[in-house]
Design a protein. Structure first.
Length: 623
């Protein structure tokens, strides 16, 4: 009965001469009216399904239902269709029809997976898409609520005090799961995550596309994964279009993904493309995550600058309120007189004050100077990130909540937010902790350990090779640290040259020690090639006399002068098989022991630990 009543009301609205659109919207032309009518009656609206792949087992976990307008028309793309519907007051109606068609067609296909359907808070707020009606759609199609995930779009306009919130809670009470779409697109989605506690969060495609070469996107995605683990949410990576990005998504521990690489939307739910891709990708090596290359000393307030138009101190509060309503992602507005900042208005504090009884009537026509923060944090554009962090943490300003104003020689440029500041500080800390070796720019202890742990977790076969320079300390004592740095850089270049960047990871532990986690099947040949090249190239750092004599004279630890051979490279290699090591620490201990055996040999040498692996069989994944 509920569905029949909805259909009756829909036909009544279509027949209305004004189109029931909002004031000022105007009447749709004949083509627009035909498109709207066809779509709302179901004849012009098309539903396509895009699979969500489970990276753990290669199954299709679910399908997102995507609506399209009439094929070949100007409104085929969903953005154009829903924009037209919204302009004439039919957007929530079309959403309801889209949900009904998605449920009916998905149920008819009988796909053993979840159905993700898109809901906008705007439609939820109108109650046109209410739980009872959708539940009846489901019952008529033979589907249960636990088979459907409600995917929220445009979540920046959803708050816990809006009518849409109550509607959403009703769905949850009926057993539906919730997903937040485009996570990371604005700060409101993060706030919504904290209060709604959805079962699924979708990382915005911006942070997925190109993640294999972008350390900032990598860190943002990693942070989302870590938060999701605490919140008990499942992460879905959207917009996966390249295999290199999918490998990083997989190695980050993200369980679900969707995008054109997995499969394009289709009229029927299909899983053959997704399964074939997973089978191929499951054989691909564990990738090395991108290394930041930016000089942290160059990061200043200018990096955080958001050019936001300011208001004058005499601007009415109603004008500022309208500004916040029309720009949902605007966190603060600066108040400027004669080009110089005099205050700051925080979005949440301002709207909260206006939301109280009679406050808008009392303050609406008054100047914004009556409600602004008169003592905001103001920083020069060239101030370093470290200095800004100290200013914020000092506590004199409420910059954590309000953000801060950025000026150049005292004149207003724009604003900076605490979220942007924290992101930059986090990135700098990451670089200091993980990539702090300015000599070789190779990853340090932490990323080495992380990479080894990922290899262990995925049960991969690989070889850990520990490289160390022989006679380096006496060489450094005689020739100085600059020449010592040249030898270390020579070793780094040589090892980098023999590694396959698709398969092998090279890290600099510190000093003259290097670690390689090699998935190349010919890892031993590569190591021997490195020894040969290093032996040839080290000769060029010495005079003809030193080369003829085969070494140099230096004091030993007892103070006695003795002759040392030219620096050489020793490599201890430990093949790693599934379940032979539990942690990276165990691997490091075994590699250190192997390195000691290598150093007992003269010159450039390698020792392969085969004692615990009879026959030394090693068959890493091929590419």
């Amino acid at each position: 009965m509920i569905v029949q009543e909805f259909e009756r009301q829909l036909l009544t609205r279509l027949a209305a001469p004004t189109g029931a659109g909002p004031v000022g919207a105007g009447l749709p032309n004949a083509e627009e009216m035909r498109v709207l009518a066809d779509c709302m009656l179901g004849t012009g609206l098309r539903t396509e399904f895009q699979p969500v792949l489970d990276l753990r087992n290669g199954t299709v976990f679910g399908y997102e239902a995507l609506s399209r307008g009439p094929a070949g028309s100007a409104f085929e793309r969903p953005a154009a269709l829903f924009s037209l519907a919204r302009a004439h007051g039919f957007d929530s109606d079309i959403e309801m029809v889209a949900v009904r068609m998605a449920v009916e067609r998905f149920a008819a296909a009988g796909a053993p997976a979840k159905l993700f359907v898109n809901f906008s808070p705007r439609a939820l707020a109108t109650r046109n898409i209410d739980g009872a009606t959708v539940h009846e759609f489901m019952a008529r199609a033979g589907m249960r609520s636990k088979e459907v995930v409600i995917e929220l779009t445009e979540n920046h306009i959803l708050t816990d005090s809006s009518p849409a919130w109550s509607a959403l809670l009703e769905y949850r009470q009926r057993g539906y799961e919730i997903a937040i779409d485009d996570l990371g697109e604005g700060f409101a989605s993060l706030r919504l995550w904290s209060v709604l506690n959805p079962e699924f969060v979708k990382i915005d495609r911006h942070f997925v596309d190109g993640i294999h070469g972008d350390p900032i996107k990598l860190q943002m995605a990693r942070a989302i994964v870590q938060i999701a683990a605490v919140a008990g949410a499942n992460v879905i990576a959207e917009g996966v279009e390249h295999e290199a990005d999918l490998q990083v998504v997989r190695d980050l521990g993200i369980r679900y993904c969707q995008g054109y690489l997995i499969a394009r939307p289709a009229a029927e739910p299909r899983d053959d493309e997704a399964l074939g891709l997973w089978r191929r990708m499951s054989q691909e090596p564990v990738v090395a995550f991108p290394v930041p290359g930016r000089n942290v000393n160059l990061v200043s307030a200018r990096t955080l600058l958001r050019r936001v138009e300011a208001v004058g101190p005499e601007a009415e509060n109603d004008l500022v309120f309208a500004r916040f309503e029309s720009e949902p992602d605007l966190p603060v507005v600066a108040v400027v007189r004669d080009g110089r900042p005099v205050g700051l208005v925080n979005r949440h504090a301002f709207i909260d004050r206006f939301a109280r009884p009679y406050r808008r009537e009392l303050y609406g026509r008054k100047p914004v100077s009556a409600l602004m923060n008169e003592d905001p944090a103001i920083v020069e554009a060239d101030m370093s990130i470290q200095e800004i962090g100290q200013l914020v943490s000092g506590g004199r300003h409420n910059a954590v909540m309000d953000g801060f104003i950025i000026v150049e020689r005292g004149r207003y440029l724009g604003i900076g937010t605490s979220a942007d500041l924290l992101r930059e500080i986090t990135e700098m800390q990451m670089m200091a902790a993980r990539y702090a070796n300015p000599l070789t720019m190779l990853p340090g202890n932490v990323p080495i350990s992380e990479h080894l742990e990922r290899l262990i977790a995925q049960g991969r076969e690989f070889c850990t090779c520990y490289g160390d320079l022989d006679n380096f300390k006496p060489f450094n004592d005689v020739f100085g640290y600059q020449r010592g740095d040249e030898v270390i850089q020579l070793a780094a270049r040589t090892l980098t040259e023999v590694c396959d960047p698709r398969l092998d990871f090279l890290g600099h532990v510190g000093g003259d020690d290097f670690v390689m986690a090699m998935q190349s099947a010919d890892w031993e040949l590569r190591c021997r090639k490195a020894l040969e090249l290093f032996g040839e190239r080290i000769q060029l750092l010495f005079s003809e006399d030193a080369r003829q004599e085969g070494g140099f004279v230096a004091e030993d630890r007892q103070g006695n002068r003795r002759r040392y051979p030219l620096p050489s490279l020793s490599i201890g290699a430990v093949p790693v098989y599934p379940e032979t090591f539990r942690t990276h620490s165990e691997i490091a201990a075994a590699a250190t022991e192997a390195k000691k055996f290598a150093k007992r040999q003269d010159g450039n040498s390698i020792f392969v630990e085969r004692r615990r692996y009879p026959g030394g069989q090693f068959k890493p994944a091929q590419t």
